[in-house]
Design a protein around this ligand. Structure first.
Ligand SMILES: *Cc1c(COP(=O)(O)O)cnc(C)c1O
Length: 369
C-alpha cells in the first residue's frame, strides 16, 4: 500500500492554532496588550512563521540580538523587545538602528546608554529582580537606577518596567504573591506601564497581568502548569511531530530490544520500528512506556531511543504495517505528558526539534484532529 505522505519525520505547524491561542491569552486578560514571546526560533516552531501567523500581537520578544535583526530583515515592523537587552556599545548601536526595545537589567547597560551617541532614540524597559534572582535590579536599587536611566538623552520616552516570575506555575504557592508585593513596593512611585506575566501568570495570576502580557508557551498550545494539558485552557497544540512506521518484526520471548538490550520481550511479540530518534530531537531520555500514537491509538515505546529510530511494543496493534502514521506529540497526544516520560518540560521538547525534520504549515484543520 502506498500513501501520499510528507517525508518523515515531520513537524506540522498549525497556524490557526497559534492564532487561536493568542485569542485565549487576550481572553484571559482583557484589555491588556500582548508581547508574543518567539525566542528560540519561536519555541522551535519557526520564528518567522510564528511572527507572520501572530500578526495580531502587539509586539514580539526574543532573547538574542540576531533574532531581532532577522525579524526586521524579514520586514516585521512591530515593536520588538530584546529580553536580556544588549551587552555593550556596539550591540546598542545595532539595536537602536533597528528600533529594538531593550530590557535594562544591569548598571553596565545604563552606562552604555549614557555614553552612546545613537542615530535613533531607544525604548527601554527597566527590569526589576522581584525575587527570581536571575536578571534585574535589586528592589533597593530600582529607584536610583530608574532615575538614572530616565535621564539618558538617548531615550525616546520614560522607561517602562518589567519583572519575571520564578514559580508562577505553582498556583498554590506564595512565591508569586511575594514577588508581586516586592515589585509593587519598589515601583510604587513610577506611573509608567508594566509587564510581568509569562504564560503561567496570564492563566493563573490575574493580579499580575499589568499592562503588557508576555506569554510564550501558551501561544504554542501548551499548558505551563505541571500535570496540566492544553485542553484545560482551551489551547490548541501548534506543533504535531509525526513520522511513520518503517518495520514490523516478530521477536521471540527473551529477545532484547535496542542498544544495551534494556528491554526484554516477555513473550513472542511484534516489535515496530518508527523513523524518529534523538537526531531529530526526540530525546534519548524517553523511558520505556512513553506513549506514541500509531494509527491514532497509543502504543508504548520500548528499548532505548537511537539516533534515527525508536522501537514500539505492537502487541496492542499486531495488524500495524510499515507506512502507518505515527504521532510523537501534538494533536491527540499532549507534549506535556510526553515530557513527563523524558524527565523534562515541554519547553525543551519543542525547542529541540532538529533541522533535518521537515516543517509543514497547516491551516483550516478542525481543532483536535
Ligand atoms: C521566556 C520568557 C517569557 C515567556 O515565558 P513562558 O513561560 O513561555 O510564557 C516571558 N518573559 C521572559 C523574560 C522570558 O524569558
Amino acid at each position: 500500500m502506498t500513501r501520499a505522505t510528507a517525508p518523515a519525520p515531520c513537524a506540522r505547524i498549525d497556524l490557526d492554532a497559534l492564532r487561536h491561542n493568542l485569542t485565549r491569552a487576550r481572553a484571559a486578560a482583557p484589555g491588556r496588550r500582548v508581547i508574543a514571546v518567539i525566542k528560540a526560533d519561536g519555541y522551535g516552531h519557526g520564528m518567522l512563521r510564528v511572527a507572520r501567523a501572530l500578526a495580531d500581537a502587539d509586539a514580539f520578544a526574543v532573547a538574542r540580538l540576531d533574532e531581532t535583526l532577522a525579524l526586521r530583515a524579514a520586514g516585521i515592523d512591530k515593536r520588538i523587545l530584546l529580553l536580556p537587552g544588549v551587552a555593550g556599545g556596539e550591540e546598542l548601536e545595532r539595536a537602536a538602528a533597528a528600533r529594538i526595545d531593550l530590557a535594562v537589567h544591569h548598571i553596565s547597560q545604563i552606562e552604555a546608554i549614557e555614553s552612546a551617541w545613537l542615530s535613533s532614540p531607544i525604548s527601554a524597559w527597566l527590569k526589576v529582580d522581584s525575587g527570581m534572582h536571575r536578571l534585574g535590579f535589586a528592589p533597593h536599587r530600582v529607584a536610583a537606577a530608574y532615575a538614572r536611566l530616565a535621564d539618558c538623552a538617548a531615550l525616546a520616552a520614560a522607561p517602562r518596567l518589567m519583572t519575571h516570575f520564578a514559580e508562577a506555575d505553582d498556583r498554590a504557592g506564595d512565591a508569586t504573591p511575594r514577588q508581586l508585593a516586592v515589585f509593587a513596593a519598589c515601583t510604587a512611585g513610577l506611573a509608567v506601564e508594566r509587564s510581568l506575566a509569562n504564560s503561567a501568570a496570564v492563566l493563573g495570576w490575574p493580579a499580575a497581568h499589568g499592562d503588557w502580557l508576555r506569554p510564550g508557551l501558551m501561544l504554542y498550545g501548551i499548558s505551563p502548569f505541571v500535570g496540566g494539558t492544553a485542553a484545560d485552557h482551551d489551547l490548541h497544540p501548534a506543533m504535531t511531530l509525526t513520522t511513520s512506521l518503517i518495520a514490523v518484526n516478530q521477536v521471540p520471548a527473551g529477545g532484547k530490544v535496542g542498544y544495551g538490550g534494556t528491554w526484554t520481550c516477555p513473550e513472542p511479540m511484534p516489535v515496530g520500528a518508527a523513523a524518529i530518534g534523538y537526531g531529530d530531537g526526540y530525546l534519548r531520555h524517553a523511558e520505556a512506556g512513553t506513549p506514541v500514537l500509531l494509527n491514532g491509538r497509543r502504543v508504548p515505546l520500548i528499548g532505548r531511543v537511537s539516533m534515527d529510530t525508536i522501537t514500539l511494543d505492537l502487541r496492542g496493534q499486531p495488524e500495524a504495517r510499515p507506512g502507518d502514521p505515527v504521532v510523537l506529540w501534538g494533536r491527540g497526544l499532549p507534549v506535556e505528558e510526553v515530557a513527563c516520560h523524558m524527565q523534562t518540560i515541554p519547553y525543551e521538547l519543542v525547542t529541540r526539534v532538529a533541522a533535518r525534520v521537515h516543517f509543514i504549515e497547516e491551516t483550516g484543520r478542525a481543532p483536535g484532529i
